[in-house]
Ligand binder design. Sequence first.
Ligand code: SF4
Length: 374
Amino acid sequence: MIYLHIPFCKQKCSYCNFHFSTSLRYKEEMVATLKKEIVLRKDELENKNLKSLYFGGGTPSILSVDELQSIIDEVLKYFTFDPDIEITLEANPDDLNLQFVKSLSKTPFNRLSIGTQSFFNEDLQFMNRAHNASEAESSIKRSQDFGFENISIDLIYGSPTSNIDIWKQNLQKTIDLQVPHISSYALTVEPKTALNTWISQGKVAAPKEAEQHDEFFYMTDFLKKHGFDHYEISNFGKPGFHSKHNSAYWKYKEYLGIGPSAHSYNGRNERSWNIANNQQYIHSLDRNVLPKETEILSEKDQFNEMLMIGLRTSWGVDLKSLKEKFNAEFLEYFEKMIVQKRNDGVLLIEDDHLKIPEKNWFLADGIAADLFMV
Ligand code: SF4
């Protein structure tokens, strides 16, 4: 699978620390450079038959439909598309206007991941999103009208401008709009964000963990009652609408990441990441130099990662693969570490998979970290 990072945004959301630029000055060069990187790295993926192509960001919908199509065309010169390929565009509601969606419906994109975040203006303004509540709703309806069935929306809970009642209304609206997939994250305070500054200056209250906890569990029950599978801590999908792209990440499949700051993984022991600077990325590829760093993952890294990622999913960690992959020293350590947690009901084994019961998912990262080999 291939991930393409489009590193531009209209404005900086108050909570975001992803890599992007709000200047579109180098947009055309960027599109040309992304294509160049595709060519230079085409042989890094063993499997040339793609099951997923994902445009993320930043804000990929800031590109014109012609630019997006031209990148797909470049990919198609070196790869084939599986008949069931998932081709996702992350899009912001304010970009999904009539002309854009109409043109997009004529391209191979078959999945939209819309950065809705909330259906309430107060939340959206606090988050410094570029869209308003009315666009949050109309962008979904318009996409459906033009034939996009496979739609995911992002929702954020635990904002100081929100509360459990507003959160319930956000979830109800999602159901009313018949959205089949939701990625939902608690608002977190990242360094170098406006939110972090506001909180440290005492202008805004920090998100309250107890409220986020209640909102997470309300969401879990509510969405399950409405037919969603809770298949990863932050992801809910109706049957047939789970994200193929993200599920492949969570099953340790190889992927190629194109664009500034994009990460790649060879499915075994090598990870690389591109420089997180648009101009340096372009200049480097101008000279035919790949602007990436590579890390060889030690056995310990691979072991810890397998736990970290697997324990966040409904299928858990495949114990058969774990036993095949790691030597006796790891397995003895692992057996010893899980005894107490299984006795306490924090971990369970089902069908040869180690899982965290859903009621403890909110604590998953801490539980996995307790098992890490250091
Ligand atoms: S649109 Fe997305 S990537 Fe861009 S600033 Fe907002 S949250 Fe970050």
